[in-house]
Design a protein. Structure first.
Lengths: 130, 672
């Protein structure tokens, strides 16, 4: 399977590409007062309105690093954008490379060890269904 | 091609015909002597039967046939219209409706119609069986014609239509046999009414035949004409037209009506002229003319899948959005040429938008016309005398609203009948007319459609509501009477002493309110003890493109639908008064509450003294919304927000403005 690796603070995370609709530069975002704390707001993605979620706030990661990209995922006809600190690359991995990790949030699919660094593979669907 | 593409049409037309039958039988019960009513319901039943038969729903066709027999007795004055008979007919209609619904839902549930058929047969055989049966049993030219086919043929012959058996043979090397057959089928259909095809239309379409096929047709044309018409289609080798004969019985039937659905328009003209020339006592000509008129009307409209209309509207929405964006760019660039062109584009998009809105509009009659039946049943069930008066049924609303609004209105009507209208003795004691009246009205008010359900019953008991409120822990002190009455829309709020089948389970009114809110509307109750109760529903005429006022609150832009706005005032913050710890202003001699939107939305507002108050009216309530500044009026397209945000009740959706930025649309009802 293919995964797209990106940075959040000092760590590396990834999503499987089958749910990724596109990767965008940062866009202007309209705040939604009274929305859940991790919702950054709404943006205009080529004529359709999508919800933008601050992934660092959502996953409780310390706010370091420059927010550079929005990864737009599409799950069950719903498009949502995740703000990340820059996208690294798209790599092909095999299923057996995913190692189980202790996780009680339900957002983590597993970890992938690339020797130089470890990537946490996120469960896209769980992120949206909160 | 298969039959499924005709299914939608069948379902819709069946629903229409059933509705028509419902209305007709209701009218018949009131006025049994009205011959025209009997004839028209007979025609509707006949059409239904024919359609069901041709679609292969034989159980529906059979039941309708039995019902038709009973109606026929009415027509011939062999049977009197009594309440019992009408009740059986209604039962029959309900059964038919269930069957049609089952087809719609795709379930192959079998309905036991034996009991109803038996009842119908009993009614029918109340009088001696007429000669009809005998003629029906004569076999028609060896073909397997069922009861209603024969009946159709017989009636057609009574009316001097020709009934032909048309044997068509195609060329040996004909490539697209099914489409040739379809052409023949189609052409003949334009010239009369098809009774039967051998093999079946389905087999014809799937090329399950050799080279020849047979069609039975009722037509006004003679055999040579029909022959020529068919021979004009290419790749036809041979056509044989033979007349089908059933001995017309000597039964002196009064001009039997037959619904000739497909008499071509040219014929109608001939008939009209003929009528003028002959000017005789021939009543047939008149009925023909009437039928043709409806036919001609039917030819002028087409049925369109609602999904396509939705797509169409979405596209127009996008267009409006981009037009606004272009206008913004044009203003920035200050180019006259661009500006002029854009103005043209603007006009066209506005027209387009109006058009697509109108296309989606339907008269509310569609919803209203089922209620006379409801009220009749309710009055029987509750043993009260109730009359339903309907006004303004031609008021038009968006199709989406029409689809959804029936259920809430039904609830309000049931409520009025059950709780509003008093039992007969009580009404007499109070000196009221023993017959209670429920009034159902629709009219347009500005850019809103208003629906009122009124009754002249006992009105709401305010003490009862107060008590109930206390039980539920709601503080009613300091609430206005109107507000207290509107408590009935809260969840779990039913003041009925006993729970009846009709209403009073405390799940009704809040469902009504929720449903109406989801359509962007409001519902209020006005009531006077002893005089009656009125429920007022206000709905937006259209749903997705609205005129809105853009306002700024602490640096953020929001849109407010113009539909709610009464007036905008400028105001010094210091002029806002306080009473009972609430912010108020005096507006047109009334004290109205002020809602500080910045507080509600948790935004820091700008620290300015001069602010604006947007006076809004939601249902019967008026309030002032405090905003920092105004940005002007604009047409906006409402877009839904995603799943993550859809349960935020503060917004009805979001929109994209000319500068490409997303703006939230406030749900005013949530703040007032």
């Amino acid at each position: 399977m293919q995964i797209v690796i990106f940075n959040l603070g000092n760590e590396k995370y990834a999503l499987t590409t089958d749910i990724v609709h596109g990767i965008e530069k940062m866009m202007s975002i309209t705040k939604v007062p009274t929305a859940p704390y991790y919702v950054k707001g709404l943006t205009n993605l080529r004529g359709s309105i999508i919800t933008i979620i601050d992934l660092k706030t959502f996953l409780n990661i310390e706010h370091k690093g420059q927010e550079q990209n929005i990864i737009v995922v599409e799950i069950r006809d719903e498009r949502v954008g995740f703000i990340v600190d820059g996208v690294d690359e798209v790599v092909e991995i095999s299923d057996d490379m995913i190692e189980k990790v202790d996780d009680n949030t339900g957002f983590v699919k597993g970890a992938v060890n690339f020797d130089k660094y470890i990537v946490t593979l996120l469960e896209g669907e769980a992120l949206i269904n909160r | 091609m298969d039959m499924s593409q005709y299914l939608d049409m069948f379902l819709e037309e069946s629903a229409e015909n059933l509705q028509y039958l419902n209305d007709g039988i209701l009218a018949l019960e009131k006025n049994p002597e009205e011959k025209e009513t009997i004839n028209s319901i007979f025609r509707a039943a006949h059409t239904l039967k024919g359609m069901a038969g041709s679609m292969g729903f034989s159980d529906i066709a059979e039941l309708t046939h039995k019902m038709e027999n009973v109606l026929d007795k009415f027509r011939k004055d062999e049977l009197n219209v009594t309440s019992d008979v009408v009740s059986v007919l209604f039962k029959c209609l309900d059964a038919l409706e269930n069957m049609v619904n089952a087809i719609q839902e795709g379930s192959d549930e079998k309905f036991d119609t034996k009991e109803i058929i038996e009842m119908l047969e009993n009614i029918q055989s109340g009088k001696p069986v007429d000669a009809k049966k005998v003629s029906e049993e004569k076999n028609v030219s060896g073909y397997d014609l069922n009861d209603y086919d024969k009946e159709i043929i017989k009636q057609a012959q009574e009316k001097n239509y020709n009934v032909y058996k048309i044997d068509t043979t195609l060329y040996k090397d004909c490539v697209l046999k099914s489409s040739r057959a379809f052409l023949v089928y189609k052409t003949l259909e334009e010239n009369g009414e098809l009774i039967k095809t051998i093999p079946s239309t389905e087999d014809l379409e799937q090329e399950n035949f050799d080279r020849s096929f047979t069609i039975m047709l009722i037509t006004e044309k003679n055999s040579d004409e029909i022959k020529n018409i068919v021979m004009n289609i290419s790749e036809i080798e041979k056509v044989e037209v033979t007349e089908l004969n059933i001995e017309a019985t000597a039964e002196a039937a009064p001009a039997a009506e037959i619904k000739t659905q497909t008499v071509p328009v040219e014929n109608a003209n001939v008939n009209v002229n003929g009528n003028g020339n002959i000017n005789s006592n021939n009543s047939n000509v008149k009925t023909d003319k009437e039928e043709d008129k409806t036919n001609r009307k039917a030819h002028q409209s087409i049925r369109v899948d609602l999904e396509r209309l939705d797509k169409f509207m979405n596209l127009v929405g996008e267009l409006v959005m981009h037009r606004t964006r272009l206008e913004q760019i044009s203003t920035d660039l200050k180019m006259t040429e661009l500006h002029e062109t854009l103005e043209q584009v603007g006009r066209i998009t506005s027209d387009l938008q109006d058009l697509v809105m109108k296309v989606r509009m339907l008269p509310i009659e569609r919803v209203f016309n089922r209620f006379p039946r409801t009220v009749r049943d309710l009055s029987k069930e509750l043993n009260k005398e109730i009359e339903l008066i309907i006004e303004g049924e031609d008021t038009e609303l968006d199709r989406t609203v029409i689809d959804e609004i029936g259920e809430p209105i039904m609830h309000l009507i049931r409520n009025s009948a059950d709780h509003g209208i008093e039992p007969v003795e009580e009404r007499v004691k109070k000196g009221k007319n023993p017959k209670g009246i429920i009034k159902l009205m629709a009219y347009q008010e500005g850019n809103k459609a208003v629906i009122r359900v009124e009754d002249d019953g006992k009105g709401l008991d305010i003490e009862k509501i107060k008590n109930k409120a206390k039980k539920l822990g709601i503080e009613v002190e300091g609430m206005s009477e109107a507000d207290i009455k509107n408590l009935i829309f809260m969840q779990g709020f039913s003041t009925s002493d006993k729970i009846t089948d009709v209403s009073g389970r405390g799940v009704g009114m809040d469902v009504v309110k929720t449903k109406i809110s989801s359509l962007g509307g409001t519902v209020d109750v006005i009531s006077e003890a002893g005089k009656g109760t009125a429920f007022v529903i206000r709905l937006p005429l259209t749903l997705s493109i609205i005129q809105a006022l853009l306002v700024k609150i602490g640096g953020e832009t929001f849109a407010i639908s113009l539909g709610f706005i009464e007036k905008v005032l400028t105001m010094d913050v210091e002029d806002i008064k306080k009473t009972n710890k609430k912010d108020v202003i005096i507006y047109r001699d009334n004290i109205i509450p002020i809602v500080k939107l910045s507080n509600k939305l948790n935004i820091e507002d700008e620290n300015t003294k001069q602010k604006y108050i947007v006076i809004v009216k939601v249902g019967e309530k008026t309030a002032g919304l405090l905003v920092d500044s105004l940005l002007g009026q604009q047409e906006i397209v409402i877009k839904p927000m995603g799943r993550t945000l859809q349960n935020l009740k503060e917004y009805v959706g979001a929109t994209i403005l000319g500068d490409g930025l997303v703006t939230l649309i406030l749900n005013i009802a949530a703040f007032v």
